[in-house]
Design a protein around this ligand. Sequence first.
Ligand code: UDX
Length: 440
Amino acid sequence: MNISIIGSGHVGLVTGACLAELGHCVVCVDNDEEKIEKLNRGEMPFYEPGLQEIVRFNFLEGRLRFSNSIAEGTRHGEVLFIAVGTPPKPTGEADLSAIERVCREIGANMTGYRVVVEKSTVPVQTGEWVARNLQKYAPTGLTFDVASVPEFLREGSAVHDFKHPDRIVIGVSSDRAAGLLVKIFEPLNAPILLTDIKSAELIKHSANAFLAMKISFINAVAHICEISGADVGKVAKGIGLDSRIGMEFLQPGIGFGGSCFPKDLSGFIAISQQLGYDFQLLKEVENINRLAREWAMSKLLHLLGGSLLGRTIGVLGLSFKPGTDDVRESPALWMIGDLLKMGAGVRACDPVSIENARQILGDSVEYFQDPYEACTGVDALLITTEWSVFRELNLLHLKSVMKTPIVVDGRNLFEPFRMKEIGFQYAGVGRAALGQEVRG
Ligand code: UDX
């Protein structure tokens, strides 16, 4: 089937390449000409494990090509996936202006029946708005359908997540659109939930909000563990073994970041408010997420005698999670901003995200590819992203290069008991205050 993807970012490019992998003939469109030129040279615009291989293979096989023309994409694909950004406005509500521009171009260039699919995360009831926009610009008498097929891809495992989805959600309002979309996704052998467009839109917002809520819940429990002397790792395991709760997304730390959870939470709160529901629960999820960073900062301040002025802090991790070079809404960058405001110097390390971080932080921070170099001479170390390269550090060597062996472990990479044995002043998240060995 001929398919076009409008918007070749983390979602669109992965979706397009994986659909080509399934045998479809795909055109990926983007208005960033430099990105299209890079893709035509087989270079990826961002780091995503496994993506470059399937892009290059399908490009060479002639099943995948790139364009900066929505008109071309509209002529090519019977099914058009809109995967452009829907960033939050200052009010928190989703900015749909990119989608509006795309609808105008699609509408004006449709030459026959099309299914126009919302792949971007959009507030509930957007489908009706998309249909109105398309109708405004489409040639009279031309038929089309709108659909919502939300994605559940995680950065750093997006190719895997596309190929092995827990479910495919297809929100449609016609059998014709349903037939085409089921045909596209059936080969993935995953449960297909056929529903209406509004429910599909709400499934996406609800899924991300629920996952973010799980993270904030365990971060709140971690705080209580520290005060009470319990161990959050044991508590998370104890509740996660209940199949109704599950072990996933119960890893405490300095909170969630990324281009999705923060944006989708604020978008869900905003649309709920517009519909007349004050989503207090999600506002608290946001508050706890901010407190998780502040709690880690207070530990650092405590261990450094109450002031960071003139101190040098090592920061291990810039990306919002391991496996990606994406630093959007990264807790690491939020905390570095606070460190700089408090007069500290920062020596930061990340395997793949330094250039993206430099675009935001500039040269206010020193950047190192090597973690030991980053930690040389520092007054304290703040661990912000759980890259495996940090987990495998030689702790005796690390201690030897630091000025003072103080570690605030924002992602619980290390065991408190072991750290204290080596001679670190160590603070994790939700771990037993005295670092007693919690065996078994
Ligand atoms: C998320 C959703 O998982 C995905 O389904 C959706 O399509 C897009 O948003 P992503 O943001 O790429 O994916 O990464 P994810 O793995 O969900 O992590 C999000 C944030 O939560 C990261 O900052 C991560 O560090 C944090 N996190 C995750 C925790 O703090 N604890 C956890 O247990 C899990």
